[in-house]
Design a protein around this ligand. Structure first.
Ligand SMILES: Cc1cc2nc3c(=O)[nH]c(=O)nc-3n(C[C@H](O)[C@H](O)[C@H](O)COP(=O)(O)OP(=O)(O)OC[C@H]3O[C@@H](n4cnc5c(N)ncnc54)[C@H](O)[C@@H]3O)c2cc1C
Length: 817
């Protein structure tokens, strides 16, 4: 077969991800697809994978992607005639301590929330299922019966055959060597065997994906790491149907293979694969190759595994596999449309669960490529979750190694990474340190989470229950409700959109009406074509032709790219990221006006400066953009200050606020304050899976205006129809419960949804959660209020009360919990 000179879509990489993507592009979308593989199919990471297939993740969408993989592997041979080796053995996860056991209880509840069967079982039951195991140190185990194992090469060959059956053309021994670019688009794929003109490229190049991406100017922040496992000789008494086992407290995993065991692990001291500089490129030629066996490094796993399965001491090792795999700084894979190039999509960085993800990742990626939109909420894996920081290879390497080392550690709530910090600091960093700030990091920015009082160590002490900061954050919360607090929110992403067509552009992109006069703010969602919420932000109209847009720290690349992608190319409107040009201080609380009035000559009375307005005011000799809004439910202003003047303005506010008891306040208090007020958090309560109607944000949609906007058609179709789900608030009186999100909502004893976010409201004195209540026949007010509710919290049922209104109102007087 000769290489074509033209194709709609070129997929680069013949591992499981490339083959699955090509299969779905051809099967579901009938695309003209060419797949290019530099060696033979599977010859990168895929051929040497161990083949464990787990499904449960903390995101419902990613769990559904992995469930899809299993469904595909079960039946693919019926279509292709090539078996995938799928065996539904189930998976045991072992717990040897109470923290791990609590983690499993929460996991079991998450599984219930996502409609998966998961049981918690005793050590005796584990012993019955897996007689070769020493269970003497176990507290118990979780048992997920629908997990299993498969043969990575067989799945991939079966997918490749399926892709060919549906018309895809697959070429081995063809290396992509570069791209011919027309501005920010790939026009041709250049290879060692000829060039191909194409519309779109899908980068499924495994650990080479970063290097391949760089050829088109895009950043794929991943790091190749060496990962080892052994395959043993036959072990007497090991059932061919033995469940796969994950023993996280001993950092190891097991799987049956031809009568013996596959055993590998995640060590705290992983070894990178790099050449030259830190994070340096991996070599092109690595077809079906492995690293030398490294028993010294592997000994730590061997010791732990023998303690768990003593027979391992007596059985020979048939083979050691020491192969490379790409890992990422947050342990999630990388999918979607690259922000830097208009027609390159990525599916890479699978963190040793590429076999489990392969089927589903190919399915959603194919749809993303064809439609230009993710088919569901894939935010946690979206390539647009990264930023410029992730171009720093040393940073990516160090953070990735930390994430690898944490693969099997207990996941404590609110845990922060430690490596590569501080990366980005606001001008207030030293000042906030002097106030004993305990920082967290978001997209590289150091942000104060809370402030330790004198006599208390300024550090998080993690635990599964209430953590050391809990009462301190309560004080911060009450301070904002009762007096005034100052939040450093300089990490907010900020853009300016300017030009004669700026309003026309935003009119199309925003669901709410932004055509208000200069000086006004608009809170708006940006919707996808399904009416799902892609973003949630503030648009301030500064002049007729200039808009200032403010969004969350983590959404910087995503929201910028979404806006840029949806500006008509013929429009005269320039979008600029101005994040680093402005520091942001939020002055919030009933006494905020006294403080602001003391530092500016501007009239900040309610009449002169009402809610929802933006003004330029002078503070300490600097022109500041003051936005009258709140995310905490109190009187307040967000002050956007020329970055170099942030410190001076902070000092002026602290001085002027002293008589009113002003103090700096951290992000954990914001979370508690916003939960009481019922403000939705994007990525949790509102996502691309949810419409504004379902989220209770229909009031922020300009359906009554005769303006077309992105998502309008989809909303019109569902407007007036019964809701299938609706976001509601819940409170739980039992103070011992800890709500984190994903707890199951029971209505009259039956599961109807799960919490999208959870926390504690110090003013109402209760645990607060938000979650969608689902009902195929419709979710009316009556349906919501007529049920008796409980929440399942770490497998424990606790009574809950539903709330359709905020728990706290603007004056802080009426509390409805
Ligand atoms: C020891 C080990 C054990 C593992 N165990 C498991 C497990 O039990 N379960 C699980 O789910 N996952 C496991 N994994 C992870 C799994 O192997 C990977 O996540 C998965 O194979 C990644 O597939 P891929 O298609 O992204 O990458 P690859 O399989 O590496 O495919 C990428 C392909 O792109 C090709 N390519 C690169 N550059 C170019 C170019 N310029 N031109 C043309 N072609 C190019 C490469 O040759 C390669 O074949 C394991 C990994 C290792 C290392």
């Amino acid at each position: 077969m000769t290489l074509p000179t033209q194709a709609d879509i070129v997929v680069v990489g013949g591992g499981i991800i490339g083959c699955s993507t090509a299969y779905h592009l051809a099967r579901d979308h009938k695309c003209s697809v060419v797949l290019l593989e530099q060696g033979k199919l599977t010859s990168g990471s895929t051929w040497h994978a161990a083949g464990l297939v787990g499904q449960l993740r903390s995101s419902a969408s990613i769990t559904s992607v992995l469930k899809y993989s299993v469904d595909l592997y079960k039946h693919l041979d019926e279509e292709t005639g090539l078996a995938t080796g799928w065996k539904m053995t189930g998976c045991l996860r072992l717990a040897t301590n109470q923290d791990r056991w609590t983690e499993f209880k929460r996991l079991a509840t998450t599984a219930q929330s996502f409609g998966m069967e998961m049981h918690l079982i005793s050590p005796e039951e584990v012993k019955r299922m897996w007689p070769l195991m020493d269970v003497s140190d176990l507290v118990g185990a979780s048992w997920l019966p629908s997990d299993g194992q498969a043969s990575p090469s067989d799945i991939t060959q079966s997918l490749a055959k399926g892709a060919r059956l549906h018309g895809a053309r697959i070429f081995e021994d063809v290396r992509v060597t570069g791209f011919e670019m027309h501005r920010d688009r790939i026009a041709r794929v250049l290879t060692n065997k000829g060039d191909i003109a194409c519309d779109k490229v899908v980068n499924c190049a495994g650990q080479w994906a970063r290097q391949l991406g760089a050829m088109a100017g895009i950043n794929v922040p991943l790091q190749a790491v060496k990962h080892q496992y052994i395959v043993t000789e036959k072990i007497d008494g090991l059932s061919p149907d033995a469940a796969t086992v994950r023993d996280p407290d001993r950092r190891t995993y097991f799987k049956e293979e031809v009568g013996g065991l596959v055993m590998g692990g995640y060590e705290p001291n992983p070894q990178v694969w790099e050449t030259g500089l830190p994070g340096g490129d991996v070599p092109d030629d690595w077809e079906f190759r492995l690293f030398d066996d490294d028993y010294d490094h592997f000994e730590q796993h061997m010791t732990q595994a023998i303690a768990r399965v003593p027979d391992l001491e007596r059985v020979g090792v048939k083979q050691m596999i020491n192969g490379p795999e790409s890992f990422t700084p947050d342990g999630n894979f990388i999918l979607g449309a690259a922000p830097e190039c208009h027609n390159m999509f990525v599916g890479a960085g699978f963190n040793a669960f590429g076999i489990a993800s392969g089927g589903g990742a190919g399915w959603v990626l194919a749809q993303w490529v064809v439609e230009g939109e993710a088919p569901l909420d894939l935010w946690v894996v979206d390539i647009r979750r990264f930023s410029g920081l992730h171009r720093d290879r040393t940073w990516v390497r160090d953070r990735t190694l930390e994430a690898y080392g944490k693969h099997y550690t207990v996941g404590f709530p609110h845990e922060e990474y430690l490596s590569g910090r501080p990366a980005i600091v606001s001008p207030l960093y030293e000042r906030l340190q002097a106030h004993r700030a305990v920082f967290g990091s978001k997209l590289g920015w150091e942000r104060p989470n809370w402030f330790a009082p004198q006599g208390m160590e300024p550090a998080d002490a993690y635990s599964m229950g209430r953590q050391n900061w809990f009462p301190v954050v309560g004080e911060e919360h009450r301070h904002v409700r009762g007096a005034v607090g100052l939040f450093d929110q300089s990490s907010f992403a900020k853009y300016e959109l300017e030009g004669p067509d700026a309003l026309r552009a935003l009119d199309w992109i925003c669901a709410n009406d932004v055509s208000k006069p200069a000086g006004r703010l608009t809170y708006t969602q940006l919707l996808n074509s399904r009416g799902g919420i892609e973003s949630d932000l503030i648009v301030a109209r500064l002049t007729e032709e200039k808009f200032y847009i403010v969004t969350g720290t983590g959404f910087r690349s995503h929201d910028f790219a979404w806006i840029a992608d949806h500006i008509d190319r013929s429009f005269d409107a320039r979008l600029r990221d101005v994040t680093e040009e402005f520091g942001t201080l939020s002055l919030m609380g009933p006494k905020a006006r006294y403080v602001l009035a003391a530092v500016t000559d501007a009239d900040v009375s309610n009449a002169a400066f009402p809610f929802g307005h933006v003004r330029e005011i002078t503070i300490a000799g600097h022109t500041v953009r003051a936005l009258r809004l709140t995310y905490v439910g109190e009187l307040g202003w967000e002050l956007h200050i020329p970055i170099g003047a942030t410190g001076e303005v902070f000092d002026a506010l602290m001085r002027a606020g002293a008589p009113h008891g002003i103090r700096p306040v951290g992000y954990r208090a914001i979370e508690s304050l916003r939960l009481e007020k019922g403000y939705r958090a994007w990525g949790a309560d509102i996502t691309p899976n949810d419409t504004p109607f379902e989220a209770g944000l229909g009031w922020a949609v300009k359906l009554r205006k005769n303006t077309d906007f992105m998502g309008r058609r989809a909303l019109e179709q569902i407007n007036g129809a019964p809701f299938k789900k609706r976001l509601a608030g819940f409170t739980v009186d039992d103070a011992d419960m800890v709500l984190l999100g994903r707890e199951t909502i029971l209505r009259d004893g039956k599961p109807v949804g799960y919490l999208s976010s959870g926390g504690y409201g110090y003013t109402v004195g209760k645990n607060i959660g938000y979650g969608y209540v689902r009902n195929a026949e419709g979710v009316s007010d009556d349906f919501l209020t007529s049920g008796q509710y409980e929440l399942v919290v770490a497998t424990h049922r606790t009574p809950a009360r539903i709330h359709l209104e905020p728990l706290y109102d603007a004056n802080g007087e009426r509390v409805r919990a």
